[in-house]
Design a protein around this ligand. Structure first.
Ligand SMILES: [Zn+2]
Ligand SMILES: [Zn+2]
Ligand SMILES: [Zn+2]
Length: 174
């Protein structure tokens, strides 16, 4: 596994990280102080802050190569778990064409209203996939989300919200 970098500390994620950190510190002040001391002790010696044994990847990094790989793998595993659970919940089939091969499937919003509901602080839309991965943590699946295959998802996006399949079906019916 090739690890280039983990950038959890930019933009939105940075704000999320800081908010969580402050909450955690308020809850467990003693542990927070002890953790901070350990962090600086290891960092000043150029050691991984996680294991405290192996050297850091670079002077700007927090972990050794091995601990970083473990963290990345854990993140990937968590995403996969959320993905599988969401697929089971929303039905494992494209809502437009019936595609059921799992690697083709994505999550998208059923309406403009649902899309507008899921925006970040800056007003940028959040993708259906991110929404369901987040929802997995809270255990509450949002409404207004459906499964579309990648084809149908792109087709709607580039065709004013109507999949070309749908237009063809209307044409055949008429
Ligand atoms: Zn380490
Ligand atoms: Zn489809
Ligand atoms: Zn379609």
């Amino acid at each position: 596994m090739r690890v280039t970098s983990v950038r959890l500390t930019q933009g939105k994620e940075r704000r999320w990280y800081i908010k969580n950190k402050l909450q955690r510190m308020a809850k467990f002040p003693k542990q927070a102080i002890a953790h901070k001391r350990l962090y600086h002790e290891r960092k000043s010696k150029g050691l991984c802050i996680k294991c405290g044994v192996r050297p850091l990847i670079s002077s700007g990094a927090h972990r050794c190569k091995r601990c970083l790989a473990i963290a990345c793998e854990r993140m990937a595993g968590l995403k996969q778990e959320a993905w599988d659970a969401a697929l089971s919940h929303y039905g494992k089939v494209c809502s437009c064409c019936g595609e059921s091969r799992l690697p083709f499937l994505t999550f998208d919003h059923t309406s403009k209203k649902a899309r507008d509901r899921d925006r970040d602080q800056d007003g940028a839309p959040i993708s259906g996939t991110r929404i369901v991965i987040k929802a997995y943590r809270t255990g509450k699946w949002p409404t207004g989300i459906r499964i579309s295959c990648f084809n149908c998802n792109c087709g709607q996006a580039r065709n004013k919200g109507v999949c070309p399949h749908e237009e063809e079906r209307v044409a055949i019916r008429a």
